[in-house]
Write a protein that binds this ligand. Structure first.
Ligand code: ZN
Ligand code: ZN
Length: 309
């Protein structure tokens, strides 16, 4: 049997095509996923990045799971770094964050708790982020994904006060309401508005006005906002080419869309069966020049998180 035929039989045609494709970088160069939640099983983060052509990732790690993140990182050297997150209303939250950053965490996130953006609890987090020079990434959402879900990081309409009060803190916005505000009209009855963007949205303005605000493109929220009006998105990406940071928030199993890609979020059905990383990288390619795509997929994240591989 010829080698080619043998391989085809052994691996199956689809797997063969996939193994061939992986000999070249899928996205024309390295890709950093800054929003990959640490998973239960060892090596499953690696399986995901391999499947979708991502080369490196920030593992979003709750403080209690730090040891597990370390195991994942050591198993595949040169691919992962980790963040730290803890409930900011815990009295020892400050110590927890500082200790983890001293031990190697490169960012604070994902901060997804039921507090206000300008609360004393979050202000303490912003001070620590400034002092340790790591970015802080917040999930900003007020419309529930399921009955009874409480809002996270409230008070976005006056977040500009926080941005100007903490010039040394690098803020990374993420989540439904952050991205709904790409448009000047934000409906209150849904998390993911569709249709044309009305210019002048808070997020668009603040990305221009504040050098310390960045945008995490992950999840359905980022993908939906940048898909809804491609003409607007092409300009938006040019305006904020140094501020947009690729992340997936994907929970699919294999980097090809198997399993559930958007956990516990029926509203995000449009990405069902898809790998969010792939979908958002495709979209980014479609709306940006090759040079800007490199910034989004690799350069901006590495600069803001101060990474060296
Ligand atoms: Zn989130
Ligand atoms: Zn995926």
């Amino acid at each position: 049997m010829q080698r080619r035929t043998f391989l085809k039989t052994a691996l199956g045609a689809a797997a063969f095509a996939r193994s061939q494709a992986q000999t070249e970088p899928l996205w024309g160069g390295p890709v950093l996923d800054t929003h990959l939640h640490l998973r239960r099983d060892a090596d499953s983060c690696f399986t995901h990045i391999q499947g979708c052509g991502v080369t490196n990732a920030v593992l979003l790690t709750p403080a209690a799971d730090e040891d597990r993140a370390r195991v994942e990182m050591e198993k595949r050297p040169g691919h992962f770094v980790r963040s730290v997150a803890t409930d900011p209303s815990k009295p020892d939250a400050g110590d927890i964050l500082r200790t983890a950053i001293r031990a190697g965490a490169v960012s604070i996130g994902e901060m997804k708790y039921h507090v206000a953006l300008d609360s004393a609890e979050m202000r303490r987090v912003y001070d620590i982020a400034a002092e340790t020079q790591v970015p802080v990434m917040m999930h900003i959402q007020n419309f529930p994904h399921f009955p009874g879900e409480l809002p996270y990081n409230t008070g976005y309409d006056h977040f500009d006060k926080v941005l100007s009060a903490y010039p040394k803190t690098k803020f990374i916005g993420h989540g439904d309401l952050f991205w709904a505000n790409i448009s000047a009209d934000v409906p209150t009855d849904r998390g993911y508005p569709s249709g044309p963007v009305k210019p002048g949205g808070l997020t668009d303005r603040w990305l221009s006005d504040f050098p310390n605000l960045y945008a995490d493109m992950s999840a359905n929220s980022g993908n939906n906002a940048l898909s809804r009006d491609l003409d607007f998105s092409r300009e938006f990406v040019i305006r904020h080419q140094d501020k947009l940071i690729f992340g997936s928030d994907c929970s699919c199993l294999d980097g090809h869309g198997a399993g559930v890609s958007q956990n516990n979020n029926p509203e995000a059905k449009r990405l069902e069966g898809k790998c969010v990383a792939r979908a958002t990288l495709e979209l980014s390619k479609q709306i940006s020049s090759p040079a800007v795509f490199r910034k989004i997929a690799w350069e901006n994240g590495n600069r803001v998180f101060r990474l060296q591989w």
